[in-house]
Design a protein. Sequence first.
Lengths: 419, 131
Amino acid sequence: MTDLGWIEGAITAARPQAMAALLRYFREMDAAEEAFQDACLRALKAWPKNGPPRDPTAWLIMVGRNAAIDAVRKSSRNTVLPPEELLSDLEDAEAEAAERLDGSHYRDDVLRLLFICCHPDLPATQQIGLALRIVSGLSVREIARAFLVSEAAMEQRITRAKAKIGAGEASFEAPGPIERAERFAAVAAMLYLVFNEGYSASGKAVEARGGLCDEAIRLARLLLRLFPAEPEMMGLTALLLLQHARSDARFDADGNAILLEDQDRSLWNRKMIGEGLALIDKAMLKRAPGPYQVQAAIAALHARAAKPEDTDWVEIDQLYTALEIMQPSPVVTLNRAVAVAKVRGPEAALEMIEPLGARLDGYFHFHGARGAFLLQAGRQAEARQAFDRAISLANTAAEAANIRQYLDRVSADAKKSSS
Amino acid sequence: MLYAILCYNQEDVICAWSKEHEDGVMQKLMTVQERLSREGRLGPVARLMPTTAATTLRKDREPALVLDGPFAETKEQLLGFYVVDCDSLDGALEIAKDLGKANPGGSYEIRPIALFQPGAASGVMEGAVGA
């Protein structure tokens, strides 16, 4: 551990809360960011000398706010900045701030900050970029690397996004229950997007983007700590943990994706699975199911199966049925078909997905799954056609490589039946 | 004499540790624990899951009240703990309620355990006088 490692950790941990509180003071994103930066610089100077403050978050908020006020004074009256001793003499100010942090609007600050980043006028990629920059404090370079674009392009994207939210109206009043629920839903969706940016990475991008999964989990945990009784927040956190637990087993040495049923389950992260299972268990006691809880429950059934054969597909089929009712979508139905194929056979699954063809014709996974069902049903020629169509729709080399494995299997089966 | 050593720290900071840093810390802790274990002086070691996984049972009323989140009051003090084996949180809550009926007042925080080593320390040091 480097000597300054603890400072970096403390600043990273404090950032969402501190930024959120500073935004409430200044009501302007750039001013809040500047104040936070200023506070961090002062922390790097003061903390190694004075030791860690009792409450780093409160320290950063107080110092950031004072520094910004000083800056205004300085520019208007050209007076000198207060001496550094003043910064180390924060005991009273800290106590005052700490008290405020315990107050109820503090948690709404964090929710608001995240909610502002999910402005409905912003495309998903800009929402994520903005959240990573402002809430998580990732550098533009890091975010650009994760999105495989140049630093300049990402800088421009974030600036544009900021301009757009600057013009928007985010209420700084404490939200009512309905407004809070709406903010929750938007923020949860955005956190899942951040996670999926990391999770969908393959090959070399895994290294650049894998951190996004950790970041999404960190923010989800933070929200759950602030709103401990929200069952969907428990569900989302559990879902992220249970999916991320498989990270080390998802790719082979060449970076090719390994299907869930072929993964080496001993590589799954038991600690994350344990926490995910505990959270979904806790959420279930609330008896208020929602889409994230159901998806987490499905992930939990996979996590609980020591071998692929042990998977409780009947239960998964039922959970997908519940999800179809909550969130009707052809993609959910397609996922349910995978469970149906295991429980009632490939013909039943094929029958189920037939009506989806019109809407999912341009969807890689539709043709991939359909091919797999056809292959299982022994209809090689049709399977080959479906796989050919899937390959033509593949978004990544890894997806194409995955289908090629299936095509090899078709050829092998054909050879077997002809010999 | 057996002593409990209770670990307090800022969870959001610990959760923001990089994997390398976390592994480094665990490695150093293991070195200390292994020595204690060889000397027969190490009892149970538990690493608790984050407080987001916690549930609190307020047993100062009848029926006891179940709350999400960790125990957050400052006027009560930590006086002891149990480790119980249950299939689910529901099971753990049942046990906590039974215990609460036997000894009402205060609260129990129910927190899943992430890592558990039973340990072998018995509380009777080798060579202790009068053992």
